[in-house]
Design a protein around this ligand. Structure first.
Ligand code: FMN
Length: 137
């Protein structure tokens, strides 16, 4: 059964990671993602990455775990993870978009604001509280 999920995260580019490293990341990503049934896009510019990964939940989580360990970036913030019915980037093993620094700064700010806006505001907290209450019994 299909169990699709999507992840969106942002991170900062490590010092010294330039065009050549980026080319390599994209080459490997496209090859491996095809094998894993992962699709998505990578935006980069101004020292920032924003990436969307979508595919089978287990594969997406496993890949994100591997990417987190990659020293070519740091300070990753997981902005969103959700089950999906359909892919947004179905035909892209890894689409690439280079943005000017000011665009990336603006996107990053928007995403972080959206993330901060979810502070204790979603159903997850209610579920967790219910769970915690059970644990105290
Ligand atoms: C910002 C960023 C995005 C990446 N995206 C992917 C990706 O979509 N797919 C992928 O296989 N590797 C991606 N990588 C590279 C992985 O971290 C890893 O180097 C690569 O998958 C090779 O893994 P392996 O050495 O375990 O085979 C990304 C790395 C960075 C820094």
């Amino acid at each position: 059964m299909s169990n699709l999920s999507r992840i969106l995260y942002l991170s900062r580019t490590s010092l010294g990671v330039g065009d050549e490293a980026l080319k390599q990341i994209l080459e490997v990503s496209r090859r491996k993602n095809k094998e894993l049934g992962i699709t998505g896009m990578l935006c980069c510019g101004g020292g920032h990455f924003i990436q969307v990964l979508e595919g089978e939940q287990e594969e997406v989580f496993r890949l994100y775990g591997r990417i987190l360990d990659d020293r070519r970036h740091f300070d990753s913030v997981l902005i969103g993870v959700a089950p999906i019915k359909q892919r947004l980037f179905g035909s892209w093993a890894m689409g690439y978009l280079a943005n000017p620094p000011e665009v990336m700064e603006a996107r990053r700010k928007d995403l972080l604001a959206a993330w901060a806006g979810r502070l204790e505001a979603d159903e997850l907290l209610t579920l967790m509280k219910r769970f915690a209450a059970q644990l105290k019994v």
